[in-house]
Design a protein around this ligand. Structure first.
Ligand SMILES: *[C@@H]1O[C@H](CO)[C@@H](O)[C@H](O)[C@H]1NC(C)=O
Ligand SMILES: *[C@@H]1O[C@H](CO)[C@@H](O)[C@H](O)[C@H]1NC(C)=O
Ligand SMILES: *[C@@H]1O[C@H](CO)[C@@H](O)[C@H](O)[C@H]1NC(C)=O
Ligand SMILES: *[C@@H]1O[C@H](CO)[C@@H](O)[C@H](O)[C@H]1NC(C)=O
Ligand SMILES: *[C@@H]1O[C@H](CO)[C@@H](O)[C@H](O)[C@H]1NC(C)=O
Ligand SMILES: *[C@@H]1O[C@H](CO)[C@@H](O)[C@H](O)[C@H]1NC(C)=O
Ligand SMILES: *[C@@H]1O[C@H](CO)[C@@H](O)[C@H](O)[C@H]1NC(C)=O
Length: 555
């Protein structure tokens, strides 16, 4: 075996030099230990002498996609791991820039990924995948962690967990990107908790990590602490396994100090889990235009930063509107831009020192959670309740007044009316990260939440028939306690303020038939219009609407 071009990458040398192919079953897993990633050698996993550190030489790999996603109306995306020909076309170029990891932002769980994942494994390339997709993600301005998101996230995990070259997942990307959006962090931390719980309940690989990728925003320090902190007696269950930092502060020929990389290294020195650049590669203010990035940060990132940072992911392979692409594509032809060549020569000169796992003793501990104040609005405990699809279906069957309309456009008026009339009837659906008040029903889908609220209204009006109508949207039904539901219902309580148990089944189980069919989509893939509307209508208990609707629903 000839030496690979970059001999310090341990187990990946074989793959890099192209001597022997590794399928996704036999490629060494990457494991997290303290603040670093290490290659784990299959059955030898417990023998630390056989493992060496892994530094990411990553590239963002997703066609036609803008991950900066505010609730997008363009919800189409191209699964980057489902087209074997495209993978075959692109992998040789990824290898030219020494890629050992790609970041994908949205995959389609219903597609088959075996071919691409095999090709990537053969090339020694690992994958880190975001769990959302444009139509199903945690929205910055109206955050929720609910059944629709839970099904989407767990279905991505179900699909990718078997590939040993999957390092892990991002439960969120830049979901807090402005000073008034810090509350969204609570919902992402709840997502981290539930996805980690899911991986463990399904006995998936212990090496699969769950992280968050942050924007470089003024609250970045609070964010980093919030996601790594371990409140209550839950240990690391709500803590991220790795921290991704999207950073565009090194533009052109910047410096360690000027770019504030130095300051970031100081900040993360004490961080308990691995940190890496989840996106980097500023393309501003370059005399030669956006495609002339010199990538002079590479020397520092893989030089004296490696004690603290585990490499980075260049943004991005495909050329898009924002002009960050390293290549242009025309059918089966790939043409590198000048910055592809700069990146390649910069990476060719790096020589970080290797660390054996046996020589590394983690010593950092979890930071304190930031406290709620003027610049931080998310409590770390309690977090939004565990999403439990079974709870929602049990609850709906046990109602005496249910919502029959699938027209989500009409839901807002009913929420506004009931919650405006008697706020206490809506405590079951409350979700306020700043006060830490969450109802047990707050993780259910909008239709189920509305059914809960409508039933509360019906009961509070002595079950008069006209209190379960809402212009024909609601109807009475015989309440039933389905098998296995009693304990779940007891936990929810009559006001919906009880404590919700974590789910134990597959993420796709426990759907109510009505909820699934109303979306006209496979489990896990919601109809975005429905979903977004569901979000919009909750936030606003608009008094104007209430007044005008009193006539409509009044008793
Ligand atoms: C794992 O360790 C065994 C035993 O030392 C060795 O034979 C094998 O080549 C290693 N595998 C990899 C992928 O490094
Ligand atoms: C944050 O402020 C922007 C601009 O004023 C506003 O559009 C957005 O809804 C606010 N988000 C939250 C969560 O308050
Ligand atoms: C939140 O995170 C998800 C999951 O990574 C991502 O798909 C989505 O675009 C993010 N939302 C916003 C508003 O940034
Ligand atoms: C989380 O805690 C469990 C149990 O204490 C431990 O086995 C595991 O290694 C921890 N994970 C991380 C990433 O620290
Ligand atoms: C790291 O390298 C940069 C650039 O070579 C240098 O400016 C900086 O002082 C170095 N930092 C440390 C801690 O050695
Ligand atoms: C997100 O990306 C789109 C398209 O690439 C761009 O037009 C928009 O300005 C970006 N938004 C933010 C907030 O960066
Ligand atoms: C949460 O509750 C606080 C205190 O009642 C209130 O000021 C804040 O607006 C609420 N947040 C949301 C998103 O409703």
């Amino acid at each position: 075996m000839r030496a690979g071009p970059l001999p310090f990458f341990g187990a990946a040398i074989t793959a890099l030099s192209g001597v022997s192919a590794q399928s996704y079953n036999t490629i060494p897993e990457i494991e997290i230990y303290g603040q670093k990633f290490f290659f784990a050698n299959g059955s030898q996993l417990s023998d630390r002498r056989l493992t060496s550190r892994s530094l990411m030489r990553g590239v963002a790999y997703q066609e036609n996609y803008s991950p900066n996603g505010t609730a997008s109306t363009n919800t189409k995306y191209t699964d980057p791991l489902a087209d074997a020909d495209k993978c075959k076309r692109d992998i040789p170029y990824l290898q030219q820039i020494y890629t050992n990891l790609i970041r994908v932002y949205a995959i389609d769980p219903s597609q088959n990924h075996d071919d691409c994942m095999t090709q990537l494994a053969d090339a020694g390339i690992y994958v880190i995948a975001d769990l959302g997709e444009p139509g199903t993600s945690i929205e910055s301005n109206d955050p929720m962690w609910d059944v629709t998101l839970y099904r989407r996230y767990t279905s991505v995990v179900d699909t990718l967990q078997k590939y040993k070259n999957v390092v892990g997942f991002f439960a969120g990307n830049e979901n807090v990107s402005a000073g008034n959006q810090t509350a969204a962090a609570a919902f992402v931390k709840a997502a981290v908790r539930d996805v980690k719980g899911y991986i463990s309940s399904q006995n998936y690989r212990k090496t699969l990590g769950v992280g968050y990728a942050t924007a470089d925003v003024p609250t970045r320090n609070e964010l980093a602490h919030y996601f790594a902190c371990q409140p209550g007696d839950l240990g690391n269950q709500t803590a991220i396994d790795f921290w991704g930092y999207n950073v565009y502060s090194w533009c052109g020929d910047s410096t360690y100090q000027q770019s504030s990389y130095g300051e970031r290294v100081n900040f993360f020195k004490d961080y308990p889990v691995p940190v890496f650049f989840a996106e980097y590669g500023c393309n501003e203010n370059l005399p030669g235009g956006p495609t002339s990035r010199p990538f002079t940060e590479v020397e520092v990132l893989y030089g004296n930063m490696t004690d603290v940072f585990s490499g980075g992911i260049v943004y991005e392979y495909f050329m898009g509107e924002n002009e960050f692409g390293l290549v242009s594509i025309d059918g089966s032809n790939v043409s590198p831009y000048p910055d592809f060549t700069s990146l390649k020569s910069q990476l060719a000169t790096i020589s970080p020192t290797t660390t054996a796992k046996s020589d590394y003793k983690p010593s950092n501990s979890a930071p304190a959670c930031p406290s709620v104040g003027s610049s931080w609005e998310a409590k770390a405990t309690p977090l939004p309740p565990s999403v439990n699809p079974q709870l929602c279906s049990c609850m709906v069957q046990n109602l005496q007044c249910n919502i029959k309309s699938n027209d989500a456009e009409g839901y807002g008026a009913v929420f506004d009316y009931i919650c405006g009339q008697k706020e206490e009837l809506c405590s079951g659906i409350a979700h306020n990260a700043t006060t830490g008040s969450y109802g047990a029903i707050s993780g259910c889908d909008p239709k189920d939440q509305l059914a809960w609220v409508a039933n509360q209204w019906f009961l509070s009006n002595n079950k008069q028939a006209r209190a379960c109508d809402f212009s024909g949207m609601a109807t009475t039904q015989a309440a039933t306690v389905a098998s296995g539901c009693q304990s779940v219902l007891d936990a929810v309580g009559t006001a919906g303020t009880g404590t919700v148990a974590s789910p134990t089944g597959k993420g796709t189980e426990g759907a109510t038939a009505a909820t699934s069919s109303s979306k006209g989509a496979a489990p896990g893939l919601s109809s975005p219009a429905f979903f977004e509307h569901g979000h919009l209508i909750f936030g606003a208990y608009v008094s104007v609407a209430v007044i005008s609707l009193v006539g409509m629903f009044a008793l």
